[in-house]
Write a protein that binds this ligand. Sequence first.
Ligand code: SF4
Length: 296
Amino acid sequence: MRQILRNCLQGKLLNRAEALNLVGAQGDERQALLATAAQLRDGYKGRIVTFSPKVFVPLTNLCRDFCGYCTFRKAPDEAGAKTLTLEEVLRVVRQGKLLGCTEVLFSLGDKPEAIYPEMKSFLNERGHQRTLDYLYEACRVVLEETGLLPHSNPGVMGQGDLQRLRDVNPSMGLMLESVSERLLLAAEDAVGEIVGTVQVVLNQPENQPHRGDIAKLLVHRRVRRQGLGAALIAAAERSALKAGKTLLVLDTVTGGDAERLYARQGWQRCGQIPNYALWPNGTPCATTIFFKFLHN
Ligand code: SF4
């Protein structure tokens, strides 16, 4: 352990085994570990810790997404579902100011108006189409009427909204769940076991940014012939469209069940390639290529 700590002080990066070794440090070794950590902190970061007291404003906890781990989101008919009016926002912020806060953390779900008519009406009654526009107004009002600095943390935003919100936000956060270029959609049964998956490959050559590939449609044997394959494909198409794709391509074993499924789902067959892939036993099999254009 001492040698590992000496290496750290000399700037050597830990490997996995060394890091795990440090986790188990006890007694004198733990004291040596803490002393080394303190020495590195003083050398690289210094001893000043800064923070800004923030008041938390959950502008709306409605959200179009359903992240499994999320404890924030609510559906409109759930207890605790709430979208704050501007008066309510100002009331919370003024209380925060009295307590010494200097920033306002706006937290909110991702584009709830996309799936909830209740949110659409709330926005329309206030002259807005989108939650991001309402957020802009809330930030502006807070800035003008209280002087506290807004920090917004909405869902995914495009360049235009990021740029616009800069007018009324000295800093912002973005909810980035993944940077993978491959979307994985999974279907669960009633007890939460995964019974089907499909993937959408978004990363394509530079001259085909509008295209995506469907890959690995898998449906568990015990739930086949119940429409799950069709539901997964439809979900994959929606996700691809949402990601800006207008053309999807896939290949599947010629003569297999999936071939009939894709044809029923409106995919167009464009040809067959003999000996394209291998069966698990190593013998070659033919593949049929399908494509589908996506529209809103
Ligand atoms: S996008 Fe954010 S608010 Fe919405 S469900 Fe996911 S974590 Fe929750």
